[in-house]
Design a protein around this ligand. Structure first.
Ligand code: ALA
Length: 467
């Protein structure tokens, strides 16, 4: 039975746009079911109200003398503390840099570590491109293997450390996969890494929104040295992301972005850089993003992250059981996982399934490779081929392998899952009919119902906001 409903119900009640209706085929509309929380979560009404209230005090920070600027500076600076506290960071020894998102955070760290071309960064074969490409461009990368279900092979971690240390400068690993939702035991990985004198960076984009996360004390061998995560995946889509790490990492050398706010003193021939985090927060910062994220995290703390996580866990188990009851459906990955589930229906292109759910069931989710192409190919047993590049260049996405992904959040309900399952069953039972009714359109880069090749209603809604 479901427990801890009150926290989840309160969260649902506070979601902006929860009752939004979307047009569906046949000139009808229905309440939107949103299962793409791994991409971005919707914002919270109470936080929007707080931001609106604060806006009358909003001003540029750090460099103004007016009263509003003083207030805004204090708010902005304190946001660092509040955000750090949410993940157990110790800001007496760590620095928290506010950036745009996880991608920027990891790129910044890759720059900040001042890696040399012979240095090695260990990553896993289950990473999002954002935790793969920044390392590939600055150091040598070795991949920790995953098994056929996409689960990390711990023997491979030990093997790579034994073989390559002390050349290994960092272990960079996702807390949870954005494809399978699989949760890595990052604290055990931290212990292994520290035993080899190496630091660990956790890409927390898909973990921090789902479970209480604690970086743990520096004195603890399970301590997470660096953490990156995004506000827009934890109900604060106002452009704030987070990078946390030891202060000394941010103390030496110039920042990659240089300009206002990053300096103490500028001479014609010399620059004295500001202390962290200012050195790495160039230009006027995103004060509203910081405020939105800090207030959202306080809200979640008050609601109870553990209760929310428990609800999501039960909803995920419920969804998996229902999916497994369906014929001709393959679910990828394995436990433990957050509410991210990728699957395929036999003989149906993933993008076709996504289109039917969009145009007929009013369900929002994501299909494709989810910016984790190597991992998705591995799970599908598909080899690398340059032919896929030709398909991308011709916008023939219907020729590229991929998956259907649902990503749950604690505000989702069993009724929403039942709605999805009903539709998946309907799709499986009527696959030939759907294949006839939908056509791939290179122009739109997706499948469109043949009687709706010009999706007028999207334009209508667009015009309402953009005209
Ligand atoms: N990385 C985000 C996702 O997996 C955008 O959807």
């Amino acid at each position: 039975m479901f427990t801890n409903k009150p926290a989840a119900m309160k969260l649902r009640h506070d979601i902006k746009g929860i009752d939004k209706k979307v047009p569906v085929k046949g000139n009808k509309s229905r309440k939107y079911t949103f299962f793409d929380n791994a991409a971005s979560t919707p914002p919270l009404i109470p936080i929007l109200k707080e931001i609106d209230d604060y806006l009358s005090w909003y001003s540029g920070v750090h460099r103004g003398t007016g009263y509003k600027s003083l207030v805004s500076s204090k708010i902005y600076d304190d946001c660092h503390e509040i955000i750090g506290k949410f993940v157990g960071a110790d800001l007496s020894t760590d620095t928290l840099v506010l950036v745009k998102n996880t991608t920027e955070a990891i790129n910044k760290l890759a720059y900040r570590l001042q890696l040399k071309s012979q240095d090695i960064v260990l990553i896993t074969a289950m990473e999002h491109h954002s935790n793969e490409l920044p390392w590939r461009s600055r150091a040598q990368v070795r991949y920790i293997d995953v098994d056929k279900d996409g689960i990390l092979d711990l023997n491979s971690v030990e093997y790579l450390f034994k073989r390559y240390h002390p050349q290994v400068k960092l272990l960079a690993v996702c807390g949870a996969s954005n494809v399978t939702g699989h949760v890595n035991d990052v604290h055990s990985l931290a212990r292994i890494s520290h035993a080899y004198g190496c630091k660990i960076m956790v890409d927390g984009a898909q973990l921090v929104p789902h479970q209480r996360f604690n970086m743990k004390a520096h004195s603890d061998s399970d301590h997470i040295d660096f953490l990156a995560f995004s506000g827009h995946k934890i109900y604060a889509p106002f452009g704030s992301g987070v990078l946390i790490g030891p202060r000394e990492t941010f103390m030496s050398g110039p920042p990659e972005y240089q300009g206002g706010g990053t300096v103490k003193l500028v001479h014609k021939n010399e620059v004295f850089w500001a202390d962290p985090p200012d050195r790495d927060e160039a230009g006027s910062p995103n004060v509203l993003g910081a405020y939105g994220l800090a207030r959202t995290l306080k809200y979640l703390d008050k609601l109870g992250m553990d209760d929310l996580a428990k609800h999501e866990e039960e909803l995920t188990a419920y969804t998996l059981a229902k999916l497994r009851d369906l014929n001709s459906l393959t679910v990828y990955g394995s436990q433990p996982r957050v509410g991210v589930i990728s699957f395929n229906l036999k003989d149906l292109h993933h993008a076709l399934v996504g289109a039917i759910l969009c145009y007929e069931a009013g369900i929002g989710l994501r299909t494709g490779c989810f910016c984790a192409q190597n991992y998705v190919r591995h799970l599908l047993g598909v080899k690398e081929t340059n032919q896929h590049l030709e398909h991308y260049e011709r916008n023939e996405l219907d020729k590229i392998p991929g998956m259907v992904r649902i990503s749950l959040a604690p505000y989702n309900t069993r009724a929403e899952v039942d709605h999805l399952i009903k539709w998946l069953k309907y799709i499986v039972d009527n696959r030939y009919e759907f294949k006839r009714r939908y056509k791939y359109s290179p122009l739109h880069g997706g499948f469109i119902p043949v009687d709706l090749l010009n999706p007028e209603y999207i334009n209508k809604i667009y015009n309402r906001y953009m005209d």
